[in-house]
Design a protein around this ligand. Sequence first.
Ligand SMILES: Nc1ncnc2c1ncn2[C@@H]1O[C@H](COP(=O)(O)OP(=O)(O)OP(=O)(O)O)[C@@H](O)[C@H]1O
Ligand SMILES: [Mg+2]
Length: 260
Amino acid sequence: MVCLRRVYKYFESGRGRTYVLQSINLDVREGEFVTIMGPSGAGKSTLLHILGLLDGAFEGEYGLLGHAVHRMRPRERIQLGRENIGFIFQQYHLLDDLTVYENLAIPLSYRGVKPAQRAAIVAHSLDRFQIVGKRNLFPNQLSGGQQQLVAVARAVIANPKLILADEPTGNLHSEQGKEIMELFRRLNGEGTTIIQVTHSEENAAFSKRIFRLRDGWVEGDSGNDPADRGNAIKSEGADFQSTCRETHADTCSQGCTGGV
Ligand SMILES: Nc1ncnc2c1ncn2[C@@H]1O[C@H](COP(=O)(O)OP(=O)(O)OP(=O)(O)O)[C@@H](O)[C@H]1O
Ligand SMILES: [Mg+2]
């Protein structure tokens, strides 16, 4: 579903380029639940933004669901994200001038869900996250934890194929945090692919694989099973097309063939 090959990300500063991601290779299969861990500043959010199609300014190659993302125009990239990805931002990023209800309705309208059906789905979501009483409030009228709950609700409401979650429980009471993790486990059981960033070992334990970053480099990948993921990990210097075709023949062949 996801294949990154030799992805680099840098920022320009007075002193030249500062690299915050270096030579990142990552393969994620449909249905996986992956945790990205690493110290503050390691590049976790930066990587998640690239995976979430929110940042197209990177070097290297990114295949998602058979699309060569690194060759897509911004508008196409945004559209692909709206159709397939639910993103939970570390800083929530709810739309300030929309109510909770309206924030939750947006992903559904992007996907062409009719107004009557939208209303029913949002009502169900408000109920599920126990925020019915907050439906007409604006984000700045909510506590940090409540905003985080709305952000999680918004990310999952349209049943995306891929959920990307950046510290999704950082501001929640431990019970609520556990409920979110249980929700992820259930969605993953139903086939949703999940990539989460967390500092919490407890949250990490809900996933089957830990991908570790340090200073922008891959430090380790517990999912590095030589039997099925060896190509991805050993792809340093190897050809993107061949490694991608071998490991992602099902999902990535379109994006990875044709001279990527
Ligand atoms: N716009 C920017 N300009 C310059 N440097 C940036 C910019 N955005 C991020 N960085 C740098 O990129 C590095 C990685 O940041 P990132 O937010 O990805 O870290 P993180 O692993 O998510 O950390 P945390 O656990 O604290 O959330 C940091 O050193 C940060 O200073
Ligand atoms: Mg971060």
